[in-house]
Design a protein around this ligand. Structure first.
Ligand code: UDP
Ligand code: MG
Length: 311
């Protein structure tokens, strides 16, 4: 018998939790037949609704249900990490509570592990049911990431992923504060098999991601796995330095040949505005990295448990 830990991050998912559990029970017998026993690790990421009670209700029915509850909302990345820390399984899988990660895919994922892969990941082949503007930015983000970072990142990759213990231990060793799981998976390596499936809409409740939250998340991803923006700002600086040098020579020569008629005030203002804009932009980039470093140096815990809600 091997043990499978199912990690479910939940933020205000009181409606989805029981639906998720019922759906999972449908594949449970199939898994048991293959010698896979399940433990559920729900992670309550500071929900303000009845999520904790919903999980407790499951606990009364099923001994295999566990809950890690946070003192406030720490974000999905922290929830996934907490789940890993509390998992005991030889195999671990991340699944959203909203059933966008269909449990029916699990047997196929287990096949991948049997074939010798260390992890079986999933990606959506389409983004049906998502606002088009969001899909556009998401696609652009993945394209950019592939170019500026050296980690492998799949477009449409979900966090729905089955992993071996050795992979889980590798992730646990990456105890960084700024967590970008999609990048971490790529960074640690190991052999990954990709399964594709059609996008499924969430069963209940609504998405926890606003557009701005996604923008912040993508900045997180870029700063966590690439220093390309710093290089770009250095190159821009170098370009302006060279340009200034040429201009100085040009102006001196012109003065020697034509004298010094005072003119060109508008162009001067434009140049000053433009270059100070570029400067602020580059300082901003620097600031992003400094801020990340600052948070990292503080070495704060990734999450804080609310012990009295954990079981
Ligand atoms: N989630 C979480 N903490 C957060 C945001 C989301 O634990 O700060 C959980 C949420 O409850 C769900 C999963 O992460 O189980 C995915 O969230 P959601 O469905 O809102 O994201 P989407 O599927 O729209 O990308
Ligand atoms: Mg979802």
């Amino acid at each position: 018998m091997s043990l499978l830990s199912v990690i479910v991050p939940c933020l205000n998912e009181e409606e989805s939790v029981p639906l998720f559990y019922d759906e999972y029970l449908k594949v449970d017998p199939v898994l048991k037949e293959r010698g896979v026993e399940t433990e559920f690790i729900f992670v309550d990421d500071g929900s303000t609704d009845g999520t904790v009670d919903a999980v407790r209700a499951l606990k009364d029915k099923d001994e295999r249900v566990h809950l890690v509850s946070f003192s406030r909302n720490f974000g999905k990345e922290s929830a996934l990490y907490a789940g890993l820390q509390n998992s005991r399984g030889d195999l671990v899988v991340f699944m959203d509570a909203d059933l966008q990660d269909p449990p029916s895919l699990l047997p196929e994922m287990l096949d991948g592990i049997d074939e010798g892969f260390d992890s079986v990941a999933t990606r959506r082949v389409n983004r049906k049911g998502e606002p088009p503007i969001r899909s556009l930015f998401a696609r652009a983000f993945y394209r950019l990431m592939r170019r500026i970072s050296n980690v492998e990142m799949m477009d449409g990759a979900r966090d729905y992923r089955l992993m071996s213990r050795q992979m889980v231990n590798a992730i646990l060793e990456m105890s960084e504060y700024n967590r970008f799981t999609k990048g971490i998976f790529g960074w640690i390596g190991f052999k990954t098999k990709w399964l594709e499936y059609e996008n499924v809409n969430r069963v209940a409740g609504e998405t926890k991601w606003s557009f701005w939250k996604l923008v912040r998340y993508s900045i997180e991803g870029i700063t966590a796995f690439s220093t390309a923006p710093l290089t770009i700002s250095s190159v821009v600086g170098l370009f302006f330095f060279a340009f200034a040098f040429i201009m100085i020579v040009f102006i001196i020569v012109r003065k020697l040949i034509f004298g010094d008629p005072v003119s060109g005030w508008p162009s001067l203002v434009c140049i000053i505005l433009f270059i100070s804009g570029v400067q602020f932009f580059c300082t901003g980039i620097l600031g992003q990295y400094l801020a990340k470093t600052y948070m990292e140096v503080k070495n704060r815990p990734i999450y804080i448990k609310n012990e009295k809600n954990c079981f």
